[in-house]
Design a protein around this ligand. Structure first.
Ligand code: MLT
Ligand code: ZN
Length: 472
């Protein structure tokens, strides 16, 4: 019996596809990575996932898990060998339990993030993980990559939002770690090991997540700053003024806003004259009421204007206006995709070193790659910048690609030298895999390899991802 026949017998003919039938799943969203598979399968539940893993083990077939296929690092795209089985968890999309006394929600990995947010809201609670792709990314992908997004400043990354996991191990056992406990000091933290492991250590099939109270009032504003240093100083001011109410602080350079205007001319900008170099979207969530939120918001912004931290502010007067401001921020990535030739760098540095990082890296780039344009935006409150770069117009794709590796090395070296990370929230996948050898210490890499060896000794889970080859 071939693997394909065995899988059909296990799951039913309709739930197993060959490479041609599964074509849509075999390339990543940006078309950078394309693979082939022995089969793509849609198991119905955790027991079937475990059975598929055991079957793949018998055939020595690698397994790649894919959620909404919205990742940017190629972690969910199989290689071109055609040996792997692609595990699609779209049928594991049940909400298993909502416990409002414990403020937890247990859901399966194939649930779309928006579906999880809506299930929480229907129970009168907030599940705060939020990112541009939330209408199509899945919770399993969010956990596999330890997704960040726009509310990390207040609520943390996917890892901080997770209390328990259910995981299928590399040898096809099921670990039921779906504990809704906020305190559980009983040995090694397996949960935090699986989260962010990008399908290389085990297959997350369900999770117990933390819920929070829904805010009673929310205020959103777009702010204009005379310099990046002022934006950073304003962030400290806002933290003091709003405390835990500060839920988002999203930075955009003036060039990002120009690009948004160019690519989406129908979306009006809050500051059409674009006279300042830096802008930010600010959000306050308040647990008293709308009027209290508004009064506090105006007071903190008023103080900042008086103290010259801020040049100007446009406060959204309605929910619709607030949503329009968020849409602007969230279409930034699409604007760059439309403009093409974009060199993305998802870096983080300590907030206290952001200004120094941006100024010195901008200057280095102009010295070595004259004329390149920076599109710097991102989650300033987390020290996470999307430090993206495009060539001056007129460069050919070949010239662009020729510069990409050297330019990225310069940006990553600079982030590293500023005490930062070369991947703040997008993960490693296959795209940044070999960079780890440059930026992680030999001790850290060795520990990572030993963990992989212990949990997946045959190397069948998402091979070629995250860990660089031993000689790289
Ligand atoms: C964002 O924050 O908009 C994304 O993480 C950036 C991206 O998709 O490149
Ligand atoms: Zn981001």
């Amino acid at each position: 019996m071939t693997l394909f026949d065995d899988l059909q017998r296990l799951l039913g003919v309709d739930q197993v596809q060959d490479s041609a039938q599964a074509e849509a799943f075999l390339r990543d969203r940006h078309g950078r990575f394309v693979g082939r598979v022995a089969a793509a399968v849609h198991p119905r539940d955790t027991a079937e996932v475990a059975a598929v893993v055991r079957l793949c083990g018998r055939h020595a077939a690698p397994i790649v898990v894919q959620g909404g296929n919205t990742g940017l690092m190629g972690a969910a795209t199989p290689d071109a060998s055609g040996r792997a089985v692609l595990l699609l968890l779209d049928r594991l999309n049940r909400v298993r339990q909502i416990d409002t006394d414990n403020d937890t929600l247990t859901v399966e990995a194939g649930c779309i993030l928006q579906q999880v947010q809506e299930a929480a809201r229907a129970a009168g609670r907030l599940f705060p993980l939020s990112l541009g792709a939330e209408g199509s990314c899945t919770l399993g992908g969010n956990l596999g990559t330890n997704a960040g997004g726009v509310a990390v400043l207040r609520y943390g990354n996917a890892r901080e939002l997770t209390l328990g996991l259910e995981v299928v191990t590399a040898d096809g056992q099921v670990w039921d770690g779906l504990r809704g406990l906020r305190k559980d000091n009983t040995g090694y933290d397996l949960r935090d090991l699986f989260i962010g492991s990008e399908g290389t250590l085990g297959i997350i099939t369900a999770a117990t997540l933390k819920l929070f109270p829904l805010p009673a009032g929310q205020c959103t504003a777009f702010l204009a700053f005379a310099s990046l240093a002022r934006a950073v100083a304003f962030l400290s001011h806002a933290r003091r003024g709003f405390g835990a109410g500060l839920t988002a602080f999203e930075l955009l350079s003036v060039d990002c806003l120009r690009l948004l205007r160019e690519q989406f001319p129908a979306s009006p900008l809050p500051f059409p004259d674009l006279e300042q170099p830096w802008y930010a979207l600010l959000e306050l969530s308040d647990h008293q009421d709308e009027a209290h939120a508004r009064a506090l918001f105006e007071q903190v912004l008023g103080d900042a204007l008086e103290n010259d931290l801020l040049v100007d502010a446009r406060i959204a007067a309605s929910l619709a206006q607030g949503e329009a401001l968020w849409r602007l921020r969230e279409t930034m990535s699409d604007a760059q995709k439309r403009a093409g030739q974009n060199m993305k760098h998802d870096i983080s540095v300590p907030v206290s070193r952001i200004v120094e990082f941006v100024e010195s890296t901008d200057a280095l780039l102009q010295r070595h790659f004259p004329g390149v344009r920076n599109y710097t935006f991102g989650h300033l409150g987390d020290g996470n910048l999307h430090y993206n770069v495009a060539h001056a117009p007129g460069r050919s794709v070949a010239e662009h690609m020729a510069d990409y590796a050297a330019l990225s090395r310069l940006v990553h070296d600079s982030a590293h030298a500023h005490g930062g990370s070369i991947s703040a929230e997008h993960g490693i996948g296959q795209r940044k895999r070999d960079l780890l050898a440059r930026y992680k210490s030999p001790v850290e890499l060795e520990l990572m390899r030993r963990i992989k060896q212990a949990l997946d000794p045959r190397g069948l889970l998402n091979p070629g991802k995250v860990l660089p080859e031993a000689s790289a």
